[in-house]
Design a protein around this ligand. Structure first.
Ligand code: SF4
Ligand code: SF4
Length: 393
């Protein structure tokens, strides 16, 4: 029976391919890339062009989230110094190098990227290279002018961090009173200006939410879906809490933010409901990930992830650039763009050593952009491909 179904699938695939079906071409590209990532991860060498470059344009931030390592950076008051902030011309050169490597997307993040007065200029530099630009922000300093600038720029997507629907809880996590209301106002301002400027409600930039799962917000996770669906938000990305953002492999489940043992049932219940919601509307919750990823979060908070089953693509699927030009993976820097070219760093011996460290990771952090459950092995790669193709026909 299974053979007949597979034959049927192959037949449809064959026809669709020769009819130049765009969706099939897209699925085949994903299949090819997953195979390349799998080989890259085994051999610690990048065979695939990374999906994305993430640039931390500054580490300055107006908030004080106790869950963020940035607030503990020594000499935080010096973070506005030029040595910690790539200049606009340096960023222009980096955008050119990103384009040269074939990377099609850039995420501008921080700290708080909107603290850079030249942010829209940086966006334009990337767009000039034909690169799509997304930004992440805490949303709290978006005033009318910023909202108008964002709406009239060609930013593709803006992802806003909100961790709870309860303003008090959200503001405790964000380290500043009033953060929740300001972020909501920021989202509404962008939506308003988008409509005025673009005249069409669903034009760019689209808006999404990042939510870190911690002990204090478990009761809110599911309600956020309905709440944000009523606003002009297209996605929520639920992220696991990491205890040390400067080295993701350091996990401290004794942290007060980590869900306590007695709260694990509440966590399971929330995850089960999110899985069901994702089954009915796969694009709203963690749209770039397989459903298994959400389920894995239950194991994550119990420290039960089977390391052998998790394929991390850190230093392979995404180039991460710090505000001082460091190119980094979860364990630190493996080169600096003020001293060497991006491709020189990416294909260097130090990058190879970093990827070997990734391979030895004992504490998978499940960060949304680093792991791919479908790349676990050749079988999972093909299963995810055929699963997606089956849904199409
Ligand atoms: S808003 Fe973001 S960068 Fe700023 S302190 Fe909070 S987590 Fe860190
Ligand atoms: S899963 Fe990857 S990114 Fe996360 S800690 Fe391990 S090696 Fe680092």
């Amino acid at each position: 029976m299974e053979n007949i179904a597979s034959f049927d699938l192959l037949r449809k695939l064959w026809r669709a391919y020769f009819n130049r079906d765009k969706q099939i071409e897209r699925e085949l590209k994903i299949l090819k890339k997953n195979i390349q990532y799998y080989a890259s991860s085994i051999l610690c060498f990048p065979f695939a062009i990374p999906d994305n470059a993430t640039i931390h344009v500054t580490y300055q931030c107006n908030l004080n989230c106790p869950i963020c390592e940035i607030i503990n950076i020594p000499k935080r008051d010096k973070l506005s110094a030029p040595e910690y902030n790539l200049t606009t011309p340096e960023l222009e050169s980096i955008a050119e190098q990103i384009k040269k490597m074939g990377i099609a997307e850039v995420m501008l993040t921080g700290g708080e990227p909107l603290l850079r007065h030249d942010l829209i200029n940086i966006v334009d530099l990337c767009i000039k290279q034909g690169i799509e630009v997304d930004i992440t922000t805490n949303g709290t300093i978006i005033n009318e002018k910023t909202a108008r600038d964002i709406a009239s720029s060609k930013i593709r997507h803006i992802q806003v961090s909100i961790d709870s629907l309860n303003p008090e809880i959200n503001d405790t996590i964000r380290g500043k009173a009033g953060s929740f209301l300001k972020a909501i106002e920021g989202i509404n301002s962008i939506s308003k200006h988008k409509v005025i400027i673009k005249k069409t409600k669903y034009d760019r930039p689209t808006i999404g939410i990042n939510t870190v799962i911690i002990d204090k917000n478990l009761q809110d996770l599911v309600g956020m879906v309905g709440f944000f669906k009523k606003m002009e938000v297209i996605q929520i990305v639920y992220l696991p809490f990491v205890t040390d953002t400067s080295n993701l492999q350091n996990i401290d489940s004794a942290s007060s933010f980590w869900p306590k043992k007695v709260r694990l049932e509440a966590l399971d219940s929330a995850i089960d409901q999110l899985v069901k919601l994702k089954q009915s509307d796969g694009n709203f919750i963690n749209p770039h990930q397989q459903i298994e990823y959400l389920s894995l979060l239950k194991k994550y908070y119990r420290n039960e992830i089977e390391v052998s089953k998790f394929r991390c693509l850190s230093a392979l699927n995404r180039v991460v650039i710090g505000p001082n030009g460091d190119v980094a993976y979860c364990g630190g820097s493996f080169g600096n763009l003020r001293k060497k070219s991006l491709s020189g760093i990416w294909y260097s011996n130090r990058a190879w050593q970093a990827r070997k460290q990734v391979k030895k990771c004992k504490n998978p952090c499940l960060q949304v952009c680093m792991g791919k459950t479908e790349c676990e092995n050749i079988k999972t790669i093909f299963n995810s491909f055929t699963g997606r193709v089956k849904k199409l026909y």
